[in-house]
Write a protein that binds this ligand. Structure first.
Ligand code: OGA
Ligand code: MN
Length: 294
């Protein structure tokens, strides 16, 4: 078996995994170890990977079903593809600062978990750096597991037992009302998830919130937004955050059940491309326990 070693990304969560070649199909035998590290540390970094789309898909599938938001748009026979988180157009030019696609990317600068607005949310996002910027453009992760463990009881009490309602247009509305009105952000009805996600492997609880939260049970819109802001501010204090400065070939994987993330700004005339695959949560990941009545 390949010998790998670990170094922490922060004192609270996340590890860099050394000595693993994800581009090599022979590495797949190591997956049970990688999955155990994911459950334990919430974020994994692999550097200097030679990792094509085929290997990206194969690695992602080991975590569970690949998220497929465009299943209804594809022709029969077309398979799921790796998505690009990118400001580069097909012709190689960079998108304009105020066009809808750029605004959509700017919504990634709000702290969120991915796909909480889908009927089944994401377990993980596996990002691979393809084109990186000379300044800015870091991706930041915040451990809502470490933050929940450290949260004062008064703040915990405001959210415990409450479900949160999520909608895709909610986060886009925080960037631009015109963006939020686009049909692509109204494809799915509101979802309703418990705001605490207990990891079924190790029993550790984490706060499960996102920029997509529209309201919490029993709270009017304004109080819901204030609660979301207070919780997000607590969880994203520096002691709970890892900021990842990208190099080409980096592969970053995180547990959406226990981590918030965001992009950080960069000079938007610089190209930036990450390839991304989200994996959908399975029942064994604790899905049933976060489902709330609709
Ligand atoms: C994402 C995301 C942030 C970034 O791909 O889901 O939020 O730094 N990306 O691009
Ligand atoms: Mn995201």
């Amino acid at each position: 078996m390949t010998a790998y070693s670990l170094t922490p990304l922060t004192p609270q969560f996340g590890v860099e995994v050394h000595g693993v070649d994800l581009g090599d199909p022979g590495t797949d035998g190591l997956f049970p170890h990688i999955r155990a590290l994911f459950e334990e540390h919430s974020a994994l970094l692999f550097r200097r990977q030679v990792f094509d789309d085929t290997r990206h898909l194969a690695f992602a599938r080991q975590f569970g079903p690949i998220e497929d938001r465009k299943a209804d748009e594809r022709k029969p026979g077309e398979g799921v593809e790796v998505s690009m988180v990118s400001n580069v157009r097909a012709d190689g030019s960079v998108t304009d600062p105020n066009e809808a696609h750029t605004l959509h990317l700017k919504a990634n600068l709000l702290w969120h978990a991915d796909s909480t607005f889908l009927p089944v949310p994401a377990l993980t996002n596996i990002l691979v750096a393809r084109v990186v910027t000379t300044e800015g453009g870091a991706t930041e992760l915040a451990s809502t597991r470490a933050a929940w463990a450290a949260m004062p009881e008064a703040l915990k009490a405001r959210v415990r037992g409450r479900g949160a309602w999520h909608h895709y247009s909610q986060s886009r509305a925080r960037i631009s009302p015109e963006l939020a009105a686009l049909p692509q952000f109204h494809k799915w009805p509101e979802t309703h998830w418990n705001a605490i996600w207990r990891n079924p492997v190790n029993g550790r609880e984490a706060l499960y919130i996102a920029s997509h939260v529209r309201r919490f049970d029993g709270l009017p819109a304004e109080e819901s937004q204030a609660l979301l802001d207070d919780l997000t501010a607590f969880c994203t204090q520096p002691q709970f955050v890892y900021s990842h400065k990208w190099q080409v070939g980096d592969v970053l994987v995180w547990d959406q059940r226990a981590v918030l993330h965001r992009g950080t700004p960069w000079p938007f005339d610089q190209p930036r491309t990450l390839s991304s695959l989200c994996v959908t949560v399975s029942e064994a990941d604790g899905l049933d326990a976060i489902r709330m009545a609709s």
